[in-house]
Design a protein around this ligand. Structure first.
Ligand SMILES: CC(C)(COP(=O)([O-])OP(=O)([O-])OC[C@H]1O[C@@H](n2cnc3c(N)ncnc32)[C@H](O)[C@@H]1OP(=O)([O-])[O-])[C@@H](O)C(=O)NCCC(=O)NCCSC(=O)C[C@@](C)(O)CC(=O)[O-]
Length: 347
């Protein structure tokens, strides 16, 4: 326990001790620029991706997953992440994690960091990587071309290498409820993989309902299983909204002591290896749902994240992609604003 505690302190883990003493502060990890955009069919210019990250930072988001150092043959939309990191505005104290699947990905991050002038007072291009695996071999094969066991063996030296150069490491476990290839998932497997990632050195493990099929009852059961081996303060929830249960799943996770939630502005996204899955729960929907609740979302605009700005960003990026925002709160708030403007214009 002690080495783990020390490592988490070093890595600046999002903090509180146990569910019983959990604070009411909710941390948002905005994954729109990565999970949101990775599934797009068309090519998205680097300038648009960089502007998206910049806008999210200005809206008060404290952690923004900025892209991936993965094979462009596997996920073409994430090509150019190094350029995104150099072009976007980087704000002090804001984390910009990037997804890394292997040593080659970490080498890309290391090379980029080496180009940062040593006398620069600007925040680093990034201070965090995210590694990822899954709770089934079938999904791991589709996503990483290997098994769970091999992925963990590969990721161990990557994690060590990242920690050695002072980077924080976050872990993902995909398909924690259902797998698009093998169906219902064994939550014991989720617990084992999550524990392996924590033991490896991850300061936090994000549990992904990749397919977006999970119901609140299933999320609760899965979390209670994982919590047998992993302290809830080290867990995050990552819920896709395919069946419309994502906000309910967020509330369930919070009631089970989870205090970090991955969200995607405008409800962008899907997973290239989970056919039919829709985007992550929309950031705007989570911010809206948590208003006037016992929870307070952490952020850098008046101590929180600016919901109106997020609605505008959700619409802006959706229009860049040639469609409308799918955030329910984003749509309703914009419609209301337009209606009010019309009424005012008639006066
Ligand atoms: C891991 C590999 C590379 C294995 O793929 P592989 O084909 O077994 O690997 P390889 O070593 O044979 O490499 C294939 C080619 O990719 C290159 N390559 C190899 N590595 C890199 C790298 N890091 N960056 C750039 N290029 C790379 C490598 O050099 C080679 O190029 P070639 O010789 O053919 O020209 C591949 O499977 C991969 O990139 N997978 C990433 C898939 C991915 O990004 N999925 C989406 C993210 S996960 C997700 O969305 C779920 C999550 C996190 O959101 C949570 C949830 O919702 O559940």
């Amino acid at each position: 326990m002690l080495p783990l505690l020390r490592r988490n302190l070093l890595q600046g883990t999002r903090r509180y001790a146990t569910a019983a003493t959990a604070s009411n502060i909710v941390n948002i990890v905005e994954v729109g620029p990565r999970d949101g955009l990775q599934n797009e069919k068309g090519v998205i210019p680097v300038s648009v991706k960089a502007e998206l990250v910049t806008r999210l930072g200005r809206a008060g988001v404290q952690t923004i997953e900025a892209g991936s150092f993965v094979s462009p043959k596997w996920v073409p939309q994430m090509a150019g992440t190094a350029e995104v990191l150099t072009q976007m505005e980087r704000l002090p104290g804001v984390h910009y994690p990037v997804l890394v699947p292997n040593q080659r990905g970490l080498d890309g991050v290391t090379s980029l960091l080496a180009t940062q002038p040593t006398d620069s007072t600007a925040p680093p291009f990034t201070d965090e990587i995210s590694i990822f695996t899954a709770a089934t071999d079938a999904f791991t094969r589709a996503n990483l071309n290997t098994t769970i066991a091999d992925s963990l063996t590969r990721l161990e030296p990557v994690t060590r290498g990242a920690l050695d150069q002072g980077l924080r490491v976050r872990g993902y476990v995909s398909v924690v409820i259902a797998c698009p290839y093998t169906g219902q998932v064994d939550y014991v497997r989720v617990r084992e993989v999550a524990k392996a990632l924590v033991d490896m050195g991850c300061y936090e493990v994000s549990l992904g309902d990749t397919v977006g099929m999970g119901t609140p009852a299933q999320i609760a059961e899965m979390l209670e299983e994982v919590k047998k081996d992993v302290d809830v303060s080290l867990l995050a929830g990552h819920f896709h909204d395919t069946y419309g249960t994502a906000v309910a799943n967020v509330l369930t996770a919070l009631s089970h002591g989870v205090r970090t939630i991955d969200t995607s502005v405008g409800g962008l996204g899907g997973c290239p290896y989970s056919p039919g899955a829709t985007g992550n729960v929309a950031t705007e929907d989570v911010l809206y749902a948590l208003q006037n609740s016992e929870y307070k979302v952490a952020g850098n605009v008046n101590g929180t994240i600016d919901l109106q700005k997020m609605v505008d960003i959700g619409w802006w990026i959706s229009e860049q992609l040639g469609r409308e925002s799918v955030s329910r709160a984003g749509r309703a708030m914009r419609a209301r604003r337009l209606r009010e403007a019309e009424v005012k214009a008639k006066l």
